[in-house]
Design a protein around this ligand. Structure first.
Ligand SMILES: Cc1cc2nc3c(=O)[nH]c(=O)nc-3n(C[C@H](O)[C@H](O)[C@H](O)COP(=O)(O)O)c2cc1C
Length: 183
C-alpha cells in the first residue's frame, strides 16, 4: 500500500522550488518512509513522520499470515531464526535520497519482512542517507538496528525508538517531533 501523505503547512515541502534543481538533486531531496507493521503501531508512527516531513509512504506487506496466536508464535520463531519471507511493496528506494525504514522489534531483532526488504535492496540502500525507527514493547531496538546495519553495510544518520508506554501516555508524538527536527 502506498500513500502520499499531505504535508503539514510550513514544513520542508512548502519551500519554494529551485529552478536550477537537477534530476539528481530532486532524488537527493526526496524522502521515503518504508515500513512493516503487524498490528498498526509502526504504521501510526510512519504516517506521522510522513506528514511532518512531507515524505512518501510505502508499506511492506508480508505474504505470510501473521495473524492470531499461531501467527504470533511463528513470527517469533521466524525472527529468531533470521528467516526471510515473501514481501510486496510498490515504491523503489532508488528514486529517493533519504530512506527511513521502520518496523516492530521481534525477538530482539527485526521482523522477517524488514530482513527481506533490506536484503533485497542492500546495494541501493547503502548509497542512500538512512534513518531507522522501531516500535517495541520495551527492549531490543538497538540490537535490531545493529543487525540491520550489518546487512546493509551502512548505518543510520538518525534513529527513533517508540515504546508501548509512549503510545499509552501519548508521548510518542513528541519523540517523533524530535526525530523529524534532527533531519
Ligand atoms: C513475534 C513478536 C515478538 C516481539 N518481540 C519483542 C521484543 O523482543 N522486544 C520488545 O520490546 N517487543 C517485542 N514485541 C512487541 C512489538 O515490538 C510491539 O508490540 C510493536 O510496537 C508492534 O508493532 P506493530 O503494531 O507495528 O506490529 C514483539 C511482538 C511480536 C509480534
Amino acid at each position: 500500500m502506498t500513500t502520499k501523505v499531505k504535508p503539514e503547512k510550513n514544513k520542508k515541502s512548502s519551500k519554494p522550488k529551485n529552478p536550477k534543481e537537477t534530476k539528481k538533486d530532486k532524488i537527493q531531496n526526496k524522502v521515503l518512509v518504508v515500513y512493516y507493521s503487524r498490528t498498526g503501531l509502526t504504521r501510526k508512527v510512519s504516517e506521522s513522520i510522513c506528514k511532518k516531513l512531507g515524505a512518501q509512504l510505502s508499506e511492506i506487506v508480508d505474504k505470510k499470515d501473521r495473524s492470531g496466536a499461531m501467527g504470533y508464535l511463528i513470527a517469533g520463531k521466524d525472527a529468531t531464526q533470521k528467516k526471510i519471507t515473501q514481501i510486496t511493496y510498490d515504491i523503489k528506494p532508488s528514486d529517493y535520497g533519504t530512506i527511513i525504514i521502520g518496523g516492530p522489534v521481534w525477538a530482539w531483532t527485526m521482523s522477517p519482512a524488514i530482513r527481506s526488504y533490506i536484503t533485497e535492496n542492500k546495494d541501493i540502500l547503502k548509497t542512500k542517507k538512512l534513518a531507522f525507527f522501531a516500535t517495541q514493547g520495551g527492549d531490543g531496538a538497538e540490537k535490531k538496528f545493529k543487525a540491520m546495519q550489518e546487512i546493509i553495510g551502512s548505518g543510520p544518520a538518525h534513529t527513533l525508538i517508540i515504546n508501548s508506554r509512549d503510545f499509552r501516555d501519548g508521548s510518542f508524538e513528541k519523540k517523533i517531533d524530535g526525530f523529524v527536527k534532527s533531519f
